[in-house]
Design a protein around this ligand. Structure first.
Ligand code: AMP
Ligand code: MN
Ligand code: MN
Ligand code: MN
Length: 282
């Protein structure tokens, strides 16, 4: 059942400012052409695409919600926290994101060395050519280079073989603390949302603790319908939203038409009894 039959909402995707392949204006236009009415660009750890995304979205008549996806380490694992409706000029948030990005360049060199050891030379320089923003060099840029060089047939295969969190070329990071990321988002006037919870390999007990800590520090939302979830997971995280009183969010996590399973605006609507996060923001 659709909540609002005429509304298409997509509050999670990436541009060339992080690891997407379309510029902020091109992805805004793609969202519009795919029928999205309420849209957010949520680049990793970076707000520099927000002005162009908003301007283009508003020219197309879409409602724009500013966004960012912050890399966080909690219980030794990486989780992503989306901030929606933040002030993209907020100095505290900008400084927090700058700190979060800071270790990426050194980590990329270490990933490059790991890949060289595994028989794939030149990957650091190669990945840099794919990074529209060198400060935001990410595993996705390495994956695109390794596909170009024929080491793997596609980006997913690179993650499966080398670059997943358990993969032989991965370099663990100490990203932002959960409490800090939520606090930056709140101080910038935004709502903190747990991104794609179905991707995290926590135990049931750890998930309970994670949701409790997130809520205690002022986190309000959770992605229920995302390109990273199966249909069963839509149901599971809908129940988590009900149990914890979280606002529900929905987004494709689109990066590229070649790589992403779900295009902008292509996901089903949220279950109608959930409270949509965008109702607080538009
Ligand atoms: P990074 O911020 O450099 O750690 O890269 C994280 C990005 O890599 C994510 O935002 C996804 O776009 C991609 N990614 C991470 N893990 C996987 C995976 N297992 N399969 C496919 N893509 C992944
Ligand atoms: Mn990404
Ligand atoms: Mn993510
Ligand atoms: Mn994402």
């Amino acid at each position: 059942m659709r909540t609002q039959p005429n509304i298409s909402v997509d509050l999670h995707c990436h541009s060339t400012v992080s690891d997407g392949v379309l510029t902020p204006d091109a992805i805004a236009t793609r969202a519009f052409e795919r029928g999205v009415n309420i849209w957010a660009l949520t680049d990793h750890d970076e707000l520099s695409g927000q002005a162009l995304a908003r301007q283009t979205a508003e020219q197309h008549g879409m409602k724009y919600i500013s966004g960012v996806e912050i890399s966080v380490t909690w219980a030794g694992k990486t989780v992503h926290i989306v901030g929606l409706g933040v002030d993209a000029q907020d100095t505290g948030l900008l400084e927090g994101l700058r700190q979060t990005r800071a270790g990426r360049a050194d980590r990329a060199k270490r990933i490059g060395s790991n890949l060289e050891r595994l028989g794939m030379p030149g990957a650091f320089e190669g990945a840099l050519t794919y990074a529209g923003n060198p400060q935001l060099i990410s595993r996705t840029h390495f994956a695109r280079y390794l596909v170009e060089k024929g080491f793997c047939p596609n980006v997913q295969a690179v993650f499966d073989r080398y670059l997943s969190d358990e993969g032989p070329a991965h370099e663990p990071m100490h990203w932002a603390k959960l409490e800090a990321a939520v606090s930056w988002i709140r101080s910038a006037g935004g709502i903190a949302v747990i991104a794609h919870p179905g991707r995290y390999s926590y135990t049931e007990t750890q998930f309970g603790a994670f949701f409790d800590v997130f809520k205690d520090c002022g986190g309000l939302g959770i992605e229920v319908v995302t390109g990273s979830h199966s249909t069963e997971q839509f149901g599971h995280y809908a129940q988590v939203a009900r149990d914890y009183g979280f606002l529900a969010s929905c987004g494709s996590d689109f990066h590229s038409s070649k790589e992403s399973r779900h295009d902008l605006g292509s996901l089903p609507a949220l279950p109608s009894d959930l409270k949509p996060v965008w109702q607080e923001l538009v």
